[in-house]
Design a protein around this ligand. Structure first.
Ligand SMILES: NC(=O)c1ccc[n+]([C@@H]2O[C@H](COP(=O)([O-])OP(=O)(O)OC[C@H]3O[C@@H](n4cnc5c(N)ncnc54)[C@H](OP(=O)(O)O)[C@@H]3O)[C@@H](O)[C@H]2O)c1
Ligand SMILES: [Zn+2]
Ligand SMILES: [Zn+2]
Length: 378
């Protein structure tokens, strides 16, 4: 199957014009022995895409930039060392495309914490699959950065490519690659299951998957949301209880309740964290996967002493967890609630603007890639 020298994507040039996408060509990293080349079919739109293009997390490291890290497509070429995949396989790629594969983290199914990881977009590549200190450069001498999935193709190290079970549609599988995995990993590591009371805070892309997984894992599930209209859907997704945090007295009667709060919300900088910590059971954890633009608010350390609570966070998940998540979704026939928008300059604009104003129920998957890029003929 033929692989083009350059890939094509809908790209942003500067964060002042963060929703002005232009279709452009870009040079991918050099093809190496563990790489898998994928012709993209669809891609979910993550809150992190919006933080990146708006400059909320910092200036763009390179321009133009193509975001998107919930990619599903078809394998069209594999490197010499790749054993797991062959041309024609339907696969997905999430928020990471490379790690060193040699450090303590990589050797213990924690490659999502490798200090030498390469994020799916806006990360500089180094030569020799990241093992050299030399930056990887294109023929004009420019540093090559990773580029994401609002694009025709993606190239990723095989460790970060996941086989998609046949009974999960591509548009449902896309959002599992980042949103699904990012909440599956901390829930499982926290022992989410029967007998546990688990609160999911912020019912967006991540939060809605967290409701699905927490319910499937057997916990008693509480949805905590500042949007009262989400109650019926939250309950359909798996919430046994719905708590509207807009109500000033929302925490009354919930003291010492939750074993785990998974914070998927985007605006924790505006939250009264002490109130949330007060709803935790003894030694319970307030766990952040939401990554707001601004720092967390200050609060007294004494807050932790009333119930021995703790606070933590996590970054996506490992391949082992991605495989287990896909198995769970496949066996229990778990389906996310998604909206689809055909990819185009206008389609990308509409999708990211909807995420920005909390108007998505609950994830957008961009579709129509073959038509937009003239691909799909392989
Ligand atoms: N740690 C990781 O590895 C990782 C991976 C992916 C994404 N993320 C981060 O996770 C966060 C969520 O991503 P997402 O894609 O799920 O975004 P999203 O779909 O926009 O969901 C965010 C949710 O936050 C809540 N929220 C928004 N504005 C709020 C406000 N002003 N006050 C209170 N709550 C508010 C809303 O839930 P309610 O309406 O229910 O309150 C909203 O649905 C982002 O910060 C993203 O960057 C982290
Ligand atoms: Zn993401
Ligand atoms: Zn490593």
């Amino acid at each position: 199957m033929s692989v083009p020298e350059q890939f094509e994507g809908f790209m942003i040039e500067d964060s002042k014009n963060w929703s002005d996408f232009k279709k452009q060509k870009f040079t991918p990293k050099k093809f190496e022995s563990h790489d898998v080349d994928i012709e993209n079919e669809c891609c979910g739109v993550c809150g992190s895409d919006v933080h990146t293009i708006t400059g909320g997390w910092g200036e763009l490291a390179t321009s133009p930039i193509c975001v998107g890290h919930e990619v599903i497509g078809k394998v069209i070429r594999v490197g010499d060392a790749v054993k797991e995949f062959k041309a024609g396989d339907r696969v997905g790629v999430g928020a990471q495309v490379q790690s060193c594969m040699q450090c303590k983290m990589c050797k213990s199914d924690n490659e999502n914490y490798c200090p030498n990881m390469v994020d799916t977009y806006m990360a500089p590549y180094k030569e020799d699959e990241g093992h050299s200190d030399k930056p990887m450069k294109d023929s004009s001498g420019n540093q090559i950065f990773s580029q994401g999935g609002y694009s025709s193709h993606i190239r990723a190290h095989e460790q970060f490519v996941f086989k998609i079970p046949d009974n999960i549609s591509s548009t449902d599988a896309g959002p599992m690659m980042c949103a699904g995995l990012t909440v599956y990993s901390p829930l499982v590591r926290a022992g989410c299951g029967p007998g546990k009371k688990v609160a999911i805070l912020g019912i967006g892309g991540l939060g809605h998957f967290a409701l699905l997984w927490a319910k499937a894992l057997g916990a008693e599930v509480y949805a905590l949301s500042h949007t009262p209209s989400k109650e019926p859907e939250a309950k359909k997704l798996g919430a046994d209880h719905f708590v509207c945090t807009k109500n000033e007295k929302w925490s009354e009667g919930l003291e010492f309740t939750f074993d785990f709060i998974l914070n998927c919300a985007d605006m924790t900088n505006e939250f009264d964290i002490a109130t949330y910590l007060g709803t935790l059971n003894i030694n319970g954890e307030f766990h952040n996967v939401g990554l707001p633009d601004k720092p967390l608010p200050q609060f007294q350390a004494q807050v932790f002493t009333t119930n021995g609570s703790k606070m933590g966070g996590s970054h996506i998940g490992s391949k082992k967890e991605a495989i287990a998540m896909l198995k769970l979704a496949s066996e229990k026939n778990i389906k996310p609630m998604i909206e689809t928008i055909d990819i185009s300059e206008e389609g990308c604009k509409k999708a990211v603007e909807k995420v920005k104003v909390n108007d998505v129920r609950y994830r957008v998957t961009l579709t129509g890639f073959h038509k937009a890029f003239g691909t799909g003929k392989n």
